[in-house]
Design a binder for this molecule. Structure first.
Ligand SMILES: [Fe+2]
Ligand SMILES: [Fe+2]
Length: 157
């Protein structure tokens, strides 16, 4: 734990930690959703969509890593069990479609997930603006990537 980090973060550290851990749960679920969906897709254009999903999965895993580091700096603890991911998640998890060729459903599920992530990070930015600059900047960086993810998948519709 960074003592100074906690002090700099302001009065609401516990609330911020709670939201950071919820976002951390979302990131792991998004990572796995994209990663496993990329593996099972079939049919025309599936290679292209799978490639984009793999790229997003890599970035969601990076987000989980960055959130975990910040949680620890603030004296918190990243969720210790995968069971907690679904319990704590705001955005939830969507299994790959039953029909492995249903790329349209995959694209729509991905857009839904990204839009949810964008709302989560907007809320975190509002919570930390002017009080916890370090968390604010991290969240802003993650949010920019989620906006790019939404845009990429909107263009596949
Ligand atoms: Fe993410
Ligand atoms: Fe994303």
């Amino acid at each position: 734990m960074g003592e100074k980090a906690r002090e700099l973060a302001g009065a609401d550290v516990e609330r911020v930690l709670e939201e950071l851990n919820k976002a951390y749960a979302d990131e792991w679920l998004a990572f796995y959703q994209y990663w496993v969906t990329a593996k099972v897709l079939e049919g025309r254009y599936s290679g292209f969509v799978a490639g984009e999903l793999k790229r997003l999965a890599t970035e969601e895993l990076e987000h989980a890593d960055e959130l975990a580091e910040r949680i620890v700096q603030l004296g918190g603890r990243p969720l210790g069990s995968p069971n907690q991911w679904t319990e704590q998640s705001t955005c939830g998890y969507k299994e790959p479609p039953r029909d492995a060729k249903d790329l349209d459903k995959v694209i729509r599920d991905t857009i839904d997930g990204e839009r949810c992530a964008i709302s989560v990070y907007k809320k975190l930015m509002d919570m930390t603006r002017g009080t916890d600059d370090v968390t604010f900047q991290l969240i802003q960086h993650i949010l920019e990537e989620e906006l790019e993810h939404e845009d990429t998948f909107e263009n596949l519709l």
